[in-house]
Design a protein around this ligand. Structure first.
Ligand code: GAL
Length: 330
C-alpha cells in the first residue's frame, strides 16, 4: 500500500516536471516544439495574439499543405486548441504561389471586422516586398483576402500592426531593402494606409517589429537583419505613438536568447500587469523545426525593459503573474 502511494507520488512528480499534469501542461517550455490539444505541433510562427472574451488567440504562419495562417486559442496561454485555418493558397488567386509571413490581426469595432495585415511574397523569392490585407467578421473562420500592395509605393517586408487605445491603428514595416522601418497610420476601417507617419532610424536595418504600451510609454522592439540567424534585439521608447522615438538600445543577450521578436503580449491581471516577449527561434536549415520562446519582460524603470531568460514560464492570465522556472540571468 505504502509502495503504491510512493509510486503514485513519483508519477505525479514526473508529470508535473514535464509540464503535463492531468493532460494539461502547466508551463511553456521554451525552445521546444509546442503541441496543441490534439497533440499536433503548433504552427503559428511570426505570429500575433489577440484577447477576445476569456480567450487568447494566437495567429501565425503555418506553411504546411497550402495553409498560410492558422488560429489557436487558449484561456491559460499554455494549453492551445487549434481553431481553424484563416488563409490558404485557395483563398484568392493571388495566393496560389504566395509566401505569407508575420500575419497580425486587430479588431475594428466600427466595421466589426477582424483585419489581418501581413508580409506578402509571390513565386519563391522576396522581390515582391508587399503588404497584404484580409478581413473576417469571425476570428476563427477563413478570412477574405482583399489585396497585396506596396504601401505608398514603398517596399514592405517584416511588419506588425498596433492598435492604440484611441482606436487609431498603425502599420510598421521594413522598407527600402530593409534599410528603413516605416510607420504608417491606417484608415478608419484599417484596410488601407492613411498616411506615412515617419521613417524610424533611416538606414538602421531593422526587422521584426513588436509594439506595446506600458503606462505612458510606447515601446518598439526590433531585430537586426540577419535572415533566419538570430541577432541582438534592440528597443526604443516614446511617450507618443507618433514619436519621436529614443535611440535604439540593446535588449536581451547577443542573440536575444536565439530568437527574433514577433510580439509582446500584455497580461492585464487582477494582481499585476505584466508583459511576455514572444519570439521565434528559427531553424534556418529546416523552417519546420523552428520553435518559440515566451519570456518575461520586466521593467527597471518606466522606460527600461529587461528581457530575462527562463527555460520555462508559467503565466497566469487571471493574476497577471508569470512564474519562472529555473531562471538564469544572462
Ligand atoms: C527574417 C524575417 C523572417 C523571414 C526571414 C527570411 O529576417 O524576420 O520573417 O523573412 O528573414 O530569411
Amino acid at each position: 500500500m505504502k509502495n503504491h502511494l510512493l509510486l503514485c507520488l513519483l508519477i505525479l512528480f514526473l508529470l508535473s516536471e514535464t509540464g503535463i499534469a492531468g493532460n494539461k501542461a502547466s508551463y511553456i517550455l521554451n525552445g521546444t516544439k509546442m503541441v496543441d490539444s490534439r497533440g499536433n505541433v503548433i504552427n503559428a510562427h511570426g505570429g500575433g495574439f489577440l484577447k477576445q472574451g476569456k480567450y487568447y488567440y494566437w495567429i501565425g504562419e503555418n506553411r504546411r499543405n497550402g495553409v498560410f495562417v492558422s488560429c489557436y486559442r487558449s484561456s491559460d496561454l499554455i494549453n492551445w486548441e487549434f481553431r481553424g485555418d484563416l488563409l490558404t493558397k485557395n483563398s484568392h488567386p493571388q495566393l496560389d504561389k504566395a509566401n505569407i509571413e508575420r500575419p497580425k490581426i486587430i479588431y475594428n469595432s466600427t466595421t466589426r471586422q477582424f483585419v489581418m495585415w501581413m508580409h506578402y511574397e509571390y513565386g519563391g523569392d522576396y522581390s515582391f516586398a508587399r503588404a497584404a490585407v484580409a478581413v473576417s467578421p469571425d476570428l476563427e473562420k477563413p478570412f477574405r483576402f482583399i489585396k497585396s500592395f506596396r504601401p505608398l509605393g514603398n517596399m514592405s517586408r517584416d511588419c506588425t500592426l498596433y492598435k492604440d487605445t484611441d482606436g487609431t491603428a498603425y502599420f510598421f514595416s521594413s522598407a527600402r531593402e530593409n534599410y528603413d522601418m516605416i510607420q504608417y497610420e491606417l484608415t478608419d476601417d484599417y484596410l488601407d494606409i492613411r498616411t506615412q507617419i515617419a521613417t524610424l532610424w533611416p538606414g538602421g536595418h531593422r526587422e521584426a517589429p513588436a509594439l506595446f504600451k506600458r503606462g505612458n510609454y510606447y515601446f518598439i522592439i526590433t531585430s537586426g537583419c540577419t535572415g533566419w540567424a538570430p541577432n541582438q534585439a534592440k528597443y526604443a521608447f516614446s511617450t507618443k505613438i507618433t514619436g519621436p522615438w529614443s535611440d535604439l538600445k540593446d535588449i536581451g543577450d547577443k542573440t536575444t536568447y536565439k530568437s527574433q521578436p514577433t510580439f509582446v503580449l500584455p497580461l492585464d491581471g487582477n494582481k499585476t500587469f505584466s508583459y511576455i516577449y514572444v519570439g521565434d527561434r528559427w531553424d534556418g536549415e529546416n523552417y519546420y523545426n523552428s520553435t518559440y520562446v515566451f519570456l518575461p519582460l520586466v521593467f527597471v524603470n518606466d522606460s527600461t525593459p529587461v528581457l530575462k531568460w527562463a527555460p520555462a514560464i508559467s503565466p497566469n492570465p487571471k493574476s497577471g503573474k508569470i512564474k519562472l522556472k529555473n531562471i538564469i540571468d544572462k
